[in-house]
Design a protein around this ligand. Structure first.
Ligand code: FAD
Length: 455
């Protein structure tokens, strides 16, 4: 008997630990409701609800092949030892975690299991190519994305593995899986739903992805991030199917996902601090009212407010808009990117340590291969360019209804500005210059001083 311990890998298809365990013996699939993960300050209620709905779905996947998911609550090492004792299991198989908190937990579990004579085996399966597997010509790890992508794309990717057809029943009872309670509508749960969404995305968007991906008013991207985050969909299956359909631009996004995981694996300290150390004592403003206005979507800048309100009401935000709201927060408002990262983590269904941290450090300019710090997105021109008919901003900021497209992007210029919508929180030029001057002073010598505005 082998325990297959699910964590952020809530699927039976292309699951190397499950596949290896089923090839060796009987399997007891399990999940541990670990208070350290569920009660973290920013675990995020929508994401926990989505986790619960997907535990129900994973249990149904197992029931369909003759087994079931055994759920326990508590410290993972205690729960696994109890399950091993009850089932007579001699080994625990799981997929490797790349986040610092997961790595520390796995080390603890390894020691506890080994001291009881139980094997603990970690296999790779959360990335398409595993951290440590790609080396530069000089044998080091990549820090720049483009050469990483070239090497990544040139490699043979592992073939996805099938789900087991049947498993023996194990007879171990389970805790009841909590009912999902969320303030946002949850996407359909389960690997079947994720695979179906992948197929429909390939069918309906397919080769248009490159042209549509920046338009927040349309379904131009896959909306698969929450499924990939919890491992409900295997990234290798996603890449193989999209690659076969010629969707290189989309596969490149999956490579970004791998890239940030590789960086986090090599540089775990970036979870808490900037990759470029000069940013760690940056004089961010302490401005709670500005933070509240940004968090609640009341800055007076429509595309920023629409993005934040999209996240608050749906648990997801379009990538282009994530860049705009993050740039506005860190540059125009000069607020610490780590606070923005935590707000995202609290509200996003796809809140993911590697991608979220990577995205925030990229926008701020303090990460690996980041945008230059002097790149300041202008939220008005960005809105006019990517939401040209103002559909997206009017959907999430109904106060703009009745304004022309031009006025909707700059409501303060309207003949009759909407009475119930915020005035701009800071004039764009004032916010931008405050940030650039502070950054120039602070980063002197640590960054190229070239404060030209790119957008
Ligand atoms: C400030 C900021 C914070 C972000 N936080 C997160 C986060 O917490 N979780 C998250 O999954 N993504 C995050 N992203 C990346 C990106 O915005 C989302 O992955 C994407 O919007 C999800 O929508 P989609 O599934 O339709 O993406 P698609 O465009 O369909 O892309 C397919 C998949 O590729 C991956 N991907 C796409 N872009 C990126 C990227 N830039 N970095 C890493 N992976 C990527 C995701 O898994 C995504 O589901 C962040 C980006 C920024 C700028």
């Amino acid at each position: 008997m082998i325990l297959v311990w699910h964590r952020a890998d809530l699927r039976t298809h292309d699951h190397p630990a499950l596949h290896a365990a089923a090839a060796r013996g009987n399997v007891l699939p399990c999940f541990v409701l670990d208070p350290n993960l569920l009660n973290m300050p920013y675990s995020g209620q929508p994401r926990i609800a989505f986790l619960y709905s997907n535990l129900h779905a994973l249990n149904a996947s197992y029931q369909a092949i003759g087994s079931s998911l055994a759920v326990r609550a508590g410290q993972p090492e205690d729960a696994l030892l109890e399950l091993a004792r009850l089932s007579g299991a001699t080994a625990v198989y799981a997929l490797r975690s790349y986040e610092p908190i997961g790595r520390a937990r796995d080390e603890r579990v390894r020691v506890a299991l080994q001291s009881s004579g139980i094997e603990f085996k970690l296999l790779d399966g959360d990335c398409i190519l595993e951290p440590g597997s790609l080396k530069t010509l000089s044998g080091g790890s990549y820090r720049v994305f483009t050469p990483f992508w070239r090497n990544w794309a040139a490699q043979t990717h592992p073939d996805p593995l099938p789900a087991p057809r049947t498993l023996e029943p194990h007879g171990i009872t389970s805790l009841e899986i909590p009912a999902p309670v969320a303030a946002v509508p949850l996407p359909e749960a389960g690997e079947g739903a994720a695979l179906e969404r992948l197929s429909s995305f390939i069918r309906t968007v397919g080769l248009h992805y490159d042209a549509w991906r920046n338009l927040p008013a349309i379904m131009g991207t896959s909306h698969l991030s929450m499924y990939l985050h919890l491992g409900i969909l295997s990234p290798r299956v996603a890449a193989a199917r999209a690659g076969a359909a010629g969707m290189t631009a989309w596969v490149r996004e999956l490579c970004w996902r791998d890239y940030y995981r590789h960086i986090l694996w090599d540089e775990p300290q970036i979870a808490a601090s900037a990759y470029k150390p000069a940013w760690n004592d940056f004089p961010w403003r302490d401005a709670p009212d500005d933070l509240t206005a940004w968090t609640t979507g009341n800055t007076g800048y429509p595309i920023v407010d629409a993005g934040m309100r999209q996240m608050l009401t749906t648990g997801w935000m379009h990538n282009r808009v994530r860049m705009i709201v993050a740039s506005f927060m860190t540059k125009h408002l000069m607020l610490d990117y780590r606070t923005g990262e935590a707000v995202f983590n609290e509200h996003l269904l796809d809140g993911d340590m590697a991608a979220n941290n990577g995205g925030w450090q990229w926008v701020t300019g303090c990460g690996v291969d980041a945008a230059p710090y002097f790149r300041v997105f202008n939220p008005v021109t960005q809105g006019e360019k990517f939401d040209a008919d103002a559909k997206y901003i009017k959907l999430y900021v109904p106060e703009l209804e009745g304004l022309s497209v031009r006025e909707a992007h700059q409501p303060w210029t309207a003949l009759r500005p909407p009475k119930n919508y915020a005035d701009p929180i800071v004039p764009l030029g004032v916010g931008r210059d405050r940030f650039l001057e502070t950054a120039k002073r602070h980063l002197k010598g640590a960054e190229p001083l070239e404060p030209r505005l790119l957008e």
